[in-house]
Write a protein that binds this ligand. Structure first.
Ligand SMILES: [Fe+2]
Length: 503
């Protein structure tokens, strides 16, 4: 049994190596959105500044918008940043995400002629509950094995679709997600990715800002300096699988009049992933350290992730980035592939687990994800299961997520409820129904039947339910406002497709 686990691990490694060797070098690029800021305007500004990027990693949009973008930019490599593929979740292959979502991703890969499909190792739908922004997976052995299984399914679908179209299949990349104040589980994050790559032939994306949030929100900052933490992290993380590195902004969540923002007593800021914000200098120091790691043998590109950032700031930061890192990155991405010569480090004492999850494992994982949702959303939840605990970090930081971030996400992010439903909100105020009640209402029950994920439309549906149940006087008003919103949303999106709000 142990021998077959190692055989599987070797097979995954050689499959990956073969695929990685065939990937063209991409160089220094940008990870962008078609609409925000306007991509062609951005490319013009970069060309005017003699800063043509080596590639543009394009975030999911409508397939027709991506086809059009491919025509407008015929000479630049356009890898793809997927969205809505919840490959960390047990139900993925049978869900709308795993079926229609994957089919749509395949069509978009073909439209862009992408060499890779990158996706966050994270989800916005968990155990029947929807979130507006990503939550990382449960960091456990079982969850890592399920993620690997789902990635194999995803890569297989991508391969089949490419074969049918007669094109080269894209390589699936999994991006280590940020922590938004907390992580959940018992397996250290680099070991989680090590377990995944032992059982799946995927590549990885290492996001430098996300790495900083792991240092910040697993309590590591209390024990180690950042450089020391990073050295240890990189020695366990499967660096030879890293195809791409991302660097993006970090910033504190700013909520007017919210208590508790600002740095903690030790002076560390409460930064979270923020693509529109300036890139702090500490991330470029970390990038230096990552680029120096001997395990980084498969790198193809380094991108600044710049969706929602002002064009002038993108041009300025990309210029500085090129000046400081161009020669080192180009040397890395063009060098001969050496991963066969650099043995992969295994966390000591850990054999490659293998095999498909049993139905009992699946049921246990489902249960753990329900427990994770309760931990993340409610103070009064039942006691969490043993595997479902904070991954280091503090209860105070978990409360920051539950009490500040989550209400902000549901009431203001991706559509401000008060702007969306002004008349209903007035009626609720007159009926003494506090708007804050919408948050516990949202998480009051799972809705596993909900297959389609569109946070704006979900918000409309749930707010109608909320207003009708809590304030009969608002019932007719909320239905009218919801109809108007859906009509306007459809009209705005039909000609050019749905503008996605990127996390
Ligand atoms: Fe990223």
């Amino acid at each position: 049994m142990v021998a077959s686990k190692y055989a599987k691990c070797d097979l995954m490694k050689s499959e990956f190596t073969q695929r990685a060797n065939n990937l063209p070098a991409h160089g220094l690029g940008l990870s962008v959105d078609v609409y925000s800021p306007d991509l062609l305007e951005l490319v013009r500004a970069l060309r005017d500044a003699a800063l043509e990027p080596g590639y543009l990693e394009v975030f999911k949009a409508t397939t027709s918008a991506l086809q059009w973008m491919r025509q407008q930019l015929p000479d630049i490599q356009l890898p793809y940043h997927g969205e809505g593929l919840w490959s960390t979740q047990p139900e993925f292959p049978c869900s709308g995400s795993g079926r229609q979502g994957v089919a749509e991703a395949c069509a978009q890969l073909a439209a862009l002629r992408s060499a890779w499909l990158n996706h966050e190792c994270a989800t916005k739908q968990m155990a029947g509950y929807a979130f507006g922004t990503y939550l990382p997976p449960l960091y456990t052995e079982l969850s890592a094995r399920k993620t690997a299984e789902n990635l194999a399914y995803l890569q297989d679908q991508v391969n089949q679709d490419a074969r049918a179209r007669g094109i080269e299949p894209a390589l699936v990349l999994l991006e280590m997600p940020p922590l938004t104040y907390f992580g959940c589980g018992t397996l250290p994050i680099p070991e989680f990715f090590h377990t995944v790559t032992q059982q799946a032939s995927c590549g990885l994306v290492l996001d430098i800002g996300h790495l900083w949030t792991v240092y910040r929100y697993t309590g590591s900052w209390q024990r180690q300096r950042l450089g020391e933490f990073t050295a240890e992290f990189l020695d366990t993380f499967p660096m030879e699988r890293v195809i791409e590195i991302h660097v993006a902004g970090l910033a504190e969540l700013t909520i007017p009049h919210a208590p508790g923002s600002g740095a903690n007593a030790q002076g560390l800021p409460y930064w979270i992933d923020a693509h529109g914000a300036p890139i702090p200098g500490v991330l470029f120091e970390l990038l230096e350290q990552v680029l120096s790691h001997p395990g980084l043998t498969s790198l193809k590109g380094v991108a600044l992730e710049v969706d929602t950032k002002p064009i002038a700031l993108i041009v300025e930061e990309f210029g500085q980035f090129r000046k400081r890192f161009e020669s080192r990155v180009l040397e890395k991405v063009h060098h001969e592939h050496l991963s066969a010569l650099h043995p992969q480090r295994s966390p000591i004492g850990r054999a490659a687990e293998g095999g498909q999850l049993t139905p009992e494992d699946e049921a246990a994982l489902q249960q753990q994800y329900r427990s994770y949702v309760h931990l993340a959303t409610s103070r009064n939840a039942p006691a969490p299961l043993s595997d479902v605990s904070l991954l280091g970090g503090s209860l105070e930081d978990l409360s920051r997520y539950r009490d500040t971030y989550l209400p902000h996400e549901l009431l203001h992010w991706g559509g401000d409820v008060q702007d969306m439903f002004p008349d209903t909100c007035r009626a609720l105020t007159e009926g003494n129904v506090p708007l804050a009640g919408f948050v516990p209402f949202w998480f009051s029950r799972p809705r596993p039947e909900q297959d389609d994920y569109d946070f704006f439309l979900l918000k409309i549906d749930r707010f109608v339910e909320f207003a009708r149940q809590t304030c009969p006087a608002a019932a007719r008003i909320v239905v009218r406002e919801a109809d108007e919103l859906r009509d306007a949303y459809r009209a705005a999106n039909e000609p050019i497709g749905s503008a996605q709000v990127r996390p």
